[in-house]
Design a binder for this molecule. Structure first.
Ligand code: 13P
Length: 364
């Protein structure tokens, strides 16, 4: 394990003004989203869509890394160029999802434990040769009557920690993703309590396994009301609850925090990330870690809806992806505004990346 290399990679993933593009949907999940959008569920359609994503002009100005699925990290685009090479040329680090999915937890109806540890050392060595600099593993925690159980929290926390240790052994930065689901009618307070329990267990297991905190990224859920909760907290309340929970349970040494979107709309995810970064600026003491994004649905969905499997919509879809990346980029400085949904002015962007400021930049 090369600690310095791990820390350098982890810090580059949360570098100023940048976040991650999660495009690691497994084939069944990708097919499900394609089916919902009326797109054929074929390898060619998946290739065309992922090629569209990784070749979006200007993406590297706001995106530090892209999380890929096994199919994509080995795949060439329609011009015979590896997707990984496209990303590297755009200044985006390739990463890989390595868990094999959430499976029913024995004796605990309604709960899951994420699998994928068997053979992981060899798979990581293979992925490193294919260019992966970081990896992702998602543990899933459902809220409900009597849920989550300690069995579920501990099983997922231990798997996350064992995965993280194997990644660091291979000089691959682990993204540790314990997701408390939005599904249900629970309150924000209940989500906060469950998220606190989960984070406490995860960092306890990470310490037990000897995982280096400056060489990992935490990918948590935001603290939110359940989707079916009649009350929905304001942006400020979500930001306050989320930051309080993180400050209490995430050690200061962690390299960065990159939120998942979890099924929020694209606009809400940007607005909530923005509210957190506003509060971070006014906190009496600076937060010890950057708060960035690692969205899948909240950054891809508008592009997927526009593309519709039709090559003639490709540019429009790329513009939609870049638009979301720019909105989230602004949210990292607390400078996202709903008016940006109509038009993003590159000169007004907080970090003003040189390439985006060029007049006539495609997609703006
Ligand atoms: P969502 O942003 O859609 O929740 O996905 C996050 C994720 O883990 C994909 O890597």
């Amino acid at each position: 394990m090369n600690r310095r290399r791990l820390a350098a990679t982890a810090h580059a993933l949360v570098a100023e003004g940048k976040g991650l593009l999660a495009m690691d949907e497994s084939t069944p999940t990708c097919n499900k989203r394609f089916a919902a959008a009326g797109i054929p569920q074929t390898v060619d359609a998946r290739r065309a869509y992922r090629e569209l994503l990784v070749t979006t002009p200007g993406l590297g100005d706001c995106i530090s890394g892209a999380i890929l699925y096994d199919e994509t990290i080995r795949q060439q685009d329609s011009h015979g160029v590896l997707m990984v090479e496209r990303l590297v040329a755009a200044g985006i680090m390739p990463g890989i999802k390595v868990d094999t999915g959430a499976k029913p937890l024995a004796l605990h109806p309604g709960e899951t434990v994420t699998e994928g540890l068997d053979g992981l050392r060899d798979r990581l060595a293979d992925y490193a040769l294919l260019g992966a600099r970081f990896a992702k593993w998602r543990g899933v925690i459902a809220l409900g009557q009597g849920l989550p159980s300690m069995a579920c929290i501990r099983a997922n926390a231990q798997a996350l920690a064992r995965y993280a240790a194997l990644c660091q052994e291979a000089d691959i930065v682990p993204i540790v993703e314990p997701e408390v689901l939005m599904t249900g009618n629970h309150t924000l307070a209940r989500c906060q309590a469950a998220t606190a329990d989960v984070l406490a267990a995860v960092f306890d297991e990470l310490a037990t396994q000897g995982v280096a905190l400056d060489g990992l990224i935490l990918k948590p859920n935001m603290v939110l009301d359940g989707l079916d909760c009649p009350e929905q907290a304001s942006l400020e309340s979500v930001a306050t609850a989320t930051i309080a929970c993180l400050l209490e349970h995430v050690p200061a040494g962690v390299a960065g925090i990159a939120f998942l979107s979890g099924g929020q709309s694209a606009e809400l995810a940007s607005a909530r990330l923005n509210a957190m970064n506003i509060q971070a600026q006014y906190a009496w003491q600076q937060l010890p870690w950057p708060l960035v994004f690692s969205f899948a649905r909240a950054i891809q969905q508008p592009a997927l809806d526009l593309w519709h499997g039709d090559a003639s919509n490709r540019q429009e879809a790329q513009e939609a992806l870049l638009h979301r990346a720019l909105c989230n980029h602004a949210a990292l400085r607390g400078q996202y505004d709903a008016s940006m949904e109509d038009h993003v002015v590159p000169d007004a962007l907080p970090f003003r990346p040189a390439r985006l400021a060029a007049p006539g930049h495609p997609g703006l």
